[in-house]
Design a protein around this ligand. Sequence first.
Ligand code: CMP
Length: 147
Amino acid sequence: MTMMRTLSIVKPDAVHKNVIGQIISRFEKNNLQVVAAKMVTLSEREAKEFYEVHKERPFYQDLVSFMTSGPVFIMVLEGENAVEKNREIMGATDPKKAADGTIRKDFADSIDANAVHGSDSLENAKIEIAFFFDAKDLQTRTYASCR
Ligand code: CMP
């Protein structure tokens, strides 16, 4: 077991449904910690660049339009096996195929409006985290009591 970080995006559909907190709660209940977070509206250029790996896929332009349709909530999650754990908590890309109790089963409407994005590998997690956050924005979750 190794501590690692992964990128999570609460997509415009889930932000619109006002379930950001419920989604974060699922990560926290599974021992993933938020070490960076921000709410932004992606520009067309940012969405295209972020999803460039899909640029030859037929759904690319719809994906870019959807991801720029409203604000998204972007987080870096840290924990043991964070990449794989996040993917298990999210469920299958297509909510029709997502297991019971997963975020996509409970909050997603379609393969396009599928509530969350998560990095699919440790290598991509590093690239995706660096796309949205500077190293200085990633917090160390230490705590020293003031009393
Ligand atoms: P995400 O994990 O953000 O990565 C790419 C997104 O493309 C994916 O979630 C889906 O929302 C969207 N998408 C739309 N159609 C497909 C498809 N046929 N296969 C994979 N992803 C798709």
